[in-house]
Design a protein around this ligand. Sequence first.
Ligand code: C5P
Length: 408
Amino acid sequence: MLTNLRVLLIISGGIAAYKSLELIRGLRTGGAHVRPILTKGGAQFVTPLSVASLAHEKVHSDLFSLTDESEIGHIRLARETDLVVVAPATADILAKMANGIADDLATTVLLATDRPILAAPAMNSRMWEDASTQRNLAQLHADGVMTVGPAHGELAEGEVGIGRMAEPAEILAVIENALSGPLSGVRALVTSGPTHEPIDPVRYIANRSSGKQGHAIAGACARLGAAVTLVSGPSAEADPPGVATVHVETARDMLEACLDALPADVAICAAAVSDWRPAEAREKKIKKDKSGASSTPADLKLVENPDILATLSARENDRPRLVIGFAAETDDVVAYAQSKLATKGCDWILANDVSPETGTFGGDHNKVHLISAAAAGESGVEEWPYASKLDVAARLAERIAHALGESP
Ligand code: C5P
């Protein structure tokens, strides 16, 4: 599967570096060529000799090495590869990547490369959860860097928490799918979750969307090899592995993140975007006090939010080849979805029944109809069986691969 794939593997300084030796072995067994870069910190945990022996390649570490630069400079290292993998990726290297800092060979190559980058973060859970790391991660995702992990489990310090590097087998699976699945080479944009529209600093308008269906679709597309940007409103769902996830709050932020993610081959708008937002988000908490009549909820003025699906469908120069929307209805599901196809200008609508008795909102299952513009002699309506949201996502990803394969 990985035959002749050229991987530039950057090993930065964390205890998980020992697992990168196994990753090298797995990559080579799969047929890949591995060119290793070991940072100064990485060399504290694994020796250049063990890395070189397993990779059957010279280990690069020094930006200013005369011999290295004359034989193969940092620009060639950055270009002569199909994929850059950073494993383990410490908080420090993620921070540098997010800010364009290039102060050693590894970070200079990361700045200079135009190849896909996959990072496998590994660190103590407090460092992972720290606001600065999460900010850097959001930036990296917005820049299109893919990540896998970290996982929850026992950490080096004897604590239990999130921060363990993803296992080499999981990293290998993400790499394989990215390169050989039926959606490899395809850029997919997925929206998911609700949006939160602030009323004041403590209150907001939202809806019951859990993000389960959208996240499952992002994961399913990534498993088939797509480079996926998931733009997610507030959701309890974990970021899917191998997906660049951008976290947003409001519809307007979601639209901006979607436009930033263009160009894309396919856009799937699964988010339950709030149709309205308060005309102004008050800076101070609105008091219950009736005397201040202007601040009572009866006064809450709403304005319409931008329609992300319609906006993407109407793009002139960078409209995705396939734009897919959802129609969550409680009655006349198919009829409403058919008219929505026209009003939104998208190519397909997945119509689902969200009446309370179906348990779709927040649940794990979904019943959908796929509505497309009817071809001659066809109705354009396909009924899919009641299935888990994961199965619906997998089926949709296969259908997308098929459709894009037919219309290059
Ligand atoms: O109009 P309605 O909300 O029923 O349409 C649902 C579809 O439109 C979903 O695909 C949803 O993600 C998308 N949508 C959007 N932006 C909005 C409202 C809905 O992208 N502001």
